[in-house]
Design a protein around this ligand. Structure first.
Ligand SMILES: Cc1cc2nc3c(=O)[nH]c(=O)nc-3n(C[C@H](O)[C@H](O)[C@H](O)COP(=O)(O)OP(=O)(O)OC[C@H]3O[C@@H](n4cnc5c(N)ncnc54)[C@H](O)[C@@H]3O)c2cc1C
Length: 480
């Protein structure tokens, strides 16, 4: 039997002041309002787009089972989301088709709404007479706004709303109550708590209590058509090399563990080696749970250094990114960067730039630098730039724009428009690290960068075969 205690309370945060069902005490001591009403429990999915390994859905089902109540899942498609284009909407809607199929098999209705998510979701939940609404934790401003909005609307009708952190292995709020300075300060906190959280949750099961309302069944084929008709930026087209959805995410995980994990420590900085996992699109859309990935890697037969290097990225760096976005209000501007970095960039504000490019020139990969152009082109063609090149790519944008503010805006625009995994805490943090020294330290001073860490092409040549990489992207472009 699934129990509300299956989800560690440190994952759960109330988002309004309404009374919650009380499960902590002995059997029979549920909140008096909750079990008698048989009103449904509703799980609002937005970040963690999967059925299994999802603590939010699991908690919603546990609450519903204990109350003998129905359960439903709702997702609201926003008409625009940061710089998301057709490419990312199509990937997401494909994955949601699989979610719809899995929920239908479990007898759990799935409602797909469209519009302003905070408002529409709350109104729909009220129409269904929700007893409680459970949703995903997210550190991004736009998501926190949606959730605040929904929690207020629900509170006006005395409906409790909770968020559950299913994205992080050690829940973001449990790791630290404040912004951490760097990987070295968050790492011991994460490692101290990790053993308490490295356990798979039970599976979400067929739900026994029928939902009274009418929820039209979501047909996966309709979602593909919907993606094709959305009035969003269509220049970034859907990718064909990567299948979307939780099933494809699990296949990709198995492929990585079987064929590439063992080379990770040695070769992860070489874009030609194919040693990284390429799991970030699945992790970004929540198709894949980081907890499942971490446990699979721990159990794999691979050198210890490979496993440790991978888990450092998946756990420490990834959770550091959520910590940054949750606590630094200006995570996507220079305001979110440390004082030393803002000062050094300000002192170099008027340094002459060797080259200056417009957003359009960057976007179309028309700089003087074949390596930069190849990285940009790879992102345009595949929706995925290799991790090592992302650093070089962002730092060169700082070097070739008129100000660090413009550099951040350009990098975010391009990253969020073209990368499948863009619009993510990892992306804002990676850009803030590259351009604004976040989680880094001052290095030797130089023009434009001041003491921000510098990267150049000869550094890349020491790591990998630069001409080979450029040639590979050229051949990729010619086959498109
Ligand atoms: C300028 C810049 C922009 C970036 N933009 C994004 C982005 O939009 N979305 C995104 O998910 N990541 C971003 N990253 C972080 C990182 O480059 C990617 O997560 C990684 O390259 C994805 O490829 P992979 O799945 O093969 O990674 P692997 O090397 O196989 O790592 C496994 C997982 O660990 C996490 N991870 C790896 N490196 C980092 C990192 N430095 N910070 C946080 N988490 C990490 C990711 O979830 C990744 O999927 C950015 C980094 C930089 C420097």
């Amino acid at each position: 039997m699934i129990s509300p205690h299956d989800v560690d309370p440190r994952r759960i945060t109330p988002l309004n002041q309404c009374e919650l069902p009380r499960f902590e005490t002995a059997a029979g001591s549920l909140s008096p309002r909750f079990p008698q009403s048989h009103r449904p429990v509703i799980y609002w999915m937005h970040r963690d787009q999967r059925v299994q390994d999802n603590f939010g859905l699991l908690h919603a089902q546990a609450l519903a089972l204990h109350a003998g109540a129905p359960l439903a899942v709702v997702f609201c498609l926003a008409p625009s989301f940061l710089h998301a284009a057709w490419r990312q909407y199509a990937f997401m809607l494909d994955g949601l088709g699989e979610v719809a199929r899995q929920l239908a098999a479990l007898g759990i209705p799935f409602a797909l709404l469209q519009g302003d998510p905070g408002q529409e979701t709350a109104v729909w939940c009220l129409q269904q007479h929700a007893a409680v609404v459970v949703t995903d934790f997210d550190s991004l401003r736009i998501k926190r706004h949606w959730m605040r909005q929904a929690a207020e609307v629900l509170a006006a009708h005395d409906v409790a709303m909770l968020e559950v952190d299913s994205r992080n292995i050690v829940p973001c709020r449990a790791v630290s109550p404040k912004q951490e300075y760097a990987a070295r300060t968050i790492r011991p906190r994460i490692h101290r708590l990790l053993p308490e959280f490295l356990h798979m949750p039970p599976a979400v099961r067929p739900h026994p209590h029928a939902f009274a309302g009418h929820v039209p069944q979501v047909n996966p084929a309709d979602l593909t058509q919907l993606a094709a008709a959305l009035p969003v930026n269509r220049t970034a087209e859907p990718v064909t090399w990567l299948r979307s959805g939780p099933g494809a995410g699990l296949d990709a995980l198995q492929d990585f563990i079987a064929n590439r994990l063992r080379f990770y420590a040695e070769n992860r900085n070489d874009p030609l080696a194919g040693a990284t996992s390429r799991l970030s699109p699945y992790l970004h859309f929540g198709h894949l749970s980081a907890l499942r990935v971490a446990l699979a890697v721990q159990e794999a037969t691979a050198p210890r250094e490979a496993k440790e290097a991978f888990l450092e990225e998946l756990v420490v760096r990834r959770e550091l990114a959520d910590n940054f976005c949750l606590h630094a209000a200006g995570y996507d501007t220079l305001a979110g960067c440390p004082a030393w970095a803002r000062q050094t960039l300000d002192e170099r504000r008027h340094d002459p730039r060797s080259h200056l490019y417009s957003l359009e020139e960057f976007e179309q990969a028309r700089t003087h630098d074949p390596l930069w152009n190849a990285a940009q082109q790879e992102m345009r063609l595949t929706g995925m730039m290799h991790g090592y090149l992302r650093m070089y790519w962002a730092k060169k944008i700082l070097e070739w724009t008129t100000s660090p503010e413009e550099a951040m805006a350009v990098a975010i625009h391009l990253n969020d428009t073209w990368q499948l995994d863009g619009r993510d805490a990892n992306g804002y943090t990676g850009i803030a690290w590259s351009i604004g020294g976040v989680h880094d330290r001052p290095w030797k001073g130089r023009p434009v960068f001041g003491t921000i860490r510098y990267m150049n092409e000869s550094g890349c040549r020491r790591k990998f075969d630069v001409p080979g990489y450029i040639a590979r992207v050229k051949s990729l472009a010619s086959s498109h």
